[in-house]
Design a protein around this ligand. Structure first.
Ligand code: ADP
Length: 604
């Protein structure tokens, strides 16, 4: 069961639903982490923000404005300038010339390129502008299916051409030449990583196409409004030695995406996402997803620990271990994230909760079933005890009495013989009663099959009457017997006799002295009908519905002080049912009762 639920948990983790939940869990943990150290102060953003649009409402901006801003930024040697603005077609020749001149005067610059959605063509700066910059980088992000942007592809290939990400190009240009900072020497690559100088970027091709890298979003960057930079409100030394990224952050311009840190639904401008990628590279704060084998291995470990706990521990110890495991399973992904490891938190939780519910549930069910069986056994034993006390009392009294008589008084031979006969008879009755009783019990619990002997019903009724006669005589009750060929059935003659005897003894027990109890046995179509009628107190309709229940006695019976345990009629009913028959009562208070036992005739 643990194995099945474990498999379900692993599959759930790989389903679309599980992927979404793993993504959400990842975002949650990233937000939970909050902004740890302040983000790299080596990155600044110059934002074409709402204020800038307010000052220069005409879009796209005149390129001479871009040129002026670049001149301001580059006045005091920034480390690199990444420009997330597109220059796909020529504007006025003066403006373009101004921009080209400004770019040439700047330290390293990276311009933005983007593949069209159709991926059939690149959207690049016009050649004179492109050639004035140091290099180009793509500005694609890679939102997941749920629209949240966790990854940025380091490489983007389309229409037979490939660009590295703008942030990666900025990073390279920030490195000292001769190798890392030299754009002529391409980064080293294998399936698992991209190497730039001594920086090994774990952007595995195996995990994501296009070598996408999880962006480690932490904190926010200092931003300066494009308009303010243009207006000279930002001193040039602010940018000295920094990586400066220029891009749009104005609400109306639409370059926004959800990110793991988009709390309260605030999207992040594209330029900021690229700044975070650059920050991730500069701080070497990579977030690396675990390989599938490691993930499944961890899930196996969780299930094994849980299984061992469920198997070996009970009670408080089990609760404690489960609580510790539950905490660990939910805390470890967070703790791993702090160390740069990304694990599917939902899948881990599923590997714990699925088996816990299914395995624990099964265990609970098994224990419960065991408890119920034990309870039923205990109940049966108690019932047996009740029966023994109930039925054994009268023969025992007789035996005791006879024993006492023999011991105390000198008896003549005839008397002694009578006593001995009585002792023998009653002790035989006792032993028969036990045998009967166990037969009935075993019949009830399904331990034995009913015997299927041919039964002569008139003999059954005669025997029961004879058995009850001494009891009736003692109360001077007349027994009227009318047996008219009731026919035969199949089953256990002794059990049937026991049932009829029970009806008769009840009739005698509850009837007043000197009344009449009549017994009839006859045939009606395919059934034999045996009726016992008395002139006793009768039974209320409400009671009549319940007297066949175990231990049920009517108020009248209890008040009458007649001994009884409310078990006899239950046995009668069981015996009737086992013979395919029925027992019913017709009665009204004060009018005597009629018990009718009917069994199907089966002559074969
Ligand atoms: P017991 O006689 O030991 O109490 P039974 O199961 O034989 O148990 O009967 C259940 C109850 O049904 C009796 O307690 C009594 O209240 C009622 N009952 C049974 N037979 C008669 C009868 N012939 N007349 C009146 N009440 C009866």
């Amino acid at each position: 069961m643990l194995a099945a639920s474990f498999l379900a948990a692993v599959l759930a983790g790989y389903s679309a639903y599980g992927k979404q939940l793993n993504g959400n869990a990842y975002d949650f943990l990233v937000r939970l982490r909050g902004s740890l150290p302040a983000p790299s102060d080596r990155i600044l953003i110059v934002a074409i923000d709402d204020a800038s649009l307010h000052s220069f409402p005409k879009l796209p901006f005149d390129r001479s404005l871009d040129a002026q801003v670049l001149a301001r930024i580059c006045a005091d040697k920034p480390a690199v300038v990444g420009i997330d603005i597109w220059f796909p077609e020529p504007s006025t020749s003066e403006a373009d010339a101004a921009l080209e001149a400004a770019l040439k005067k700047c330290p390293p610059t990276v311009l933005a390129a983007a593949a069209l959605v159709s991926a059939s063509e690149w959207y690049e700066p016009i050649p004179p502008i492109a050639q004035s910059a140091t290099t180009m980088g793509h500005v694609h992000a890679l939102p997941d299916e749920d629209g949240v942007n966790r990854l940025v592809p380091l490489q983007k290939a389309a229409a037979g051409k490939q660009y590295w990400a703008l942030a990666l190009q900025c990073f390279r240009l920030m490195q000292p030449k001769p190798i890392a900072g030299n754009l002529d020497i391409p980064p080293l690559e294998d399936d698992d990583e991209v190497v730039i100088g001594d920086l090994h970027i774990p952007a595995s091709r195996r995990f994501f196409a296009e070598r996408s890298l999880l962006v480690n979003f932490e904190g926010s960057f200092r931003q300066f409004s494009f308009a303010n930079v243009l207006g000279g409100q930002v001193p040039p030394e602010t940018f000295a030695g920094k990586a400066v990224l220029i891009g749009t952050t104005a609400q109306g311009l639409g370059d926004f995406l959800f990110t793991p840190v988009s709390s309260s639904g605030l999207k992040m401008p594209g330029v900021e996402i690229h700044a975070h990628l650059l920050d991730t590279l500069l701080r070497r704060a990579f977030l690396v997803p675990w390989r599938d084998s490691a993930k499944v291995g961890a899930q196996v470990l969780i299930v094994i620990l849980l299984g061992l706990a469920l198997y070996y521990l009970r009670g408080a110890k089990l609760a404690l271990v489960i609580a510790v495991l539950a905490v660990a399973v939910h805390v470890v992904p967070y703790w791993l994230l702090l160390g740069g490891h990304v694990v599917p938190a939902f899948s881990f939780a599923a590997a714990f909760w699925f088996p816990l519910f299914i395995g624990g549930g099964f265990q609970y069910w098994a224990v419960w079933r065991h408890f119920l069986t034990a309870d039923a056994t205990q109940y049966r034993l108690r019932r047996q005890m009740d029966f023994v006390t109930h039925e054994v009392r009268s023969p025992l009294t007789a035996i005791q009495g006879s024993g006492e008589l023999i011991a105390r008084y000198p008896l003549d031979d005839k008397r002694r013989q009578q006593m001995a006969d009585l002792l023998q008879r009653e002790s035989q009755r006792l032993s028969r009663m036990f045998t009967r009783f166990y037969d009935v019990e075993r019949l009830l619990t399904g331990e034995i099959e009913l015997r299927q002997d041919p039964v002569d019903l008139s003999a059954v009724v005669t025997a029961a009457v004879e058995h009850a006669r001494p009891f009736a005589d003692r109360k001077r009750i007349g027994l009227q017997v009318a047996i008219s060929d009731p026919g035969g059935t199949r089953g256990d003659a002794e059990l049937l006799e026991f049932a009829v005897y029970n009806l008769l003894s009840n009739a005698v027990k509850y009837s007043p002295e000197e009344s009449v109890v009549s017994v009839t046995a006859r045939r009606e179509r395919d059934r034999a009908i045996i009726e016992v009628r008395d002139q006793g107190p009768g039974i209320l309709p409400a009671d009549a519905a319940r007297i066949f229940e175990r231990f049920y006695r009517t108020g009248v019976a209890v008040a009458s002080d007649k001994p009884g345990y409310g078990l006899g009629l239950m046995f009668v009913q069981e015996i009737a049912t086992h013979h395919g028959g029925l027992v019913a009562v017709e009665s009204a208070l004060g009018e005597g009762s009629l018990f009718r036992l009917s069994v199907p005739l089966r002559a074969d």
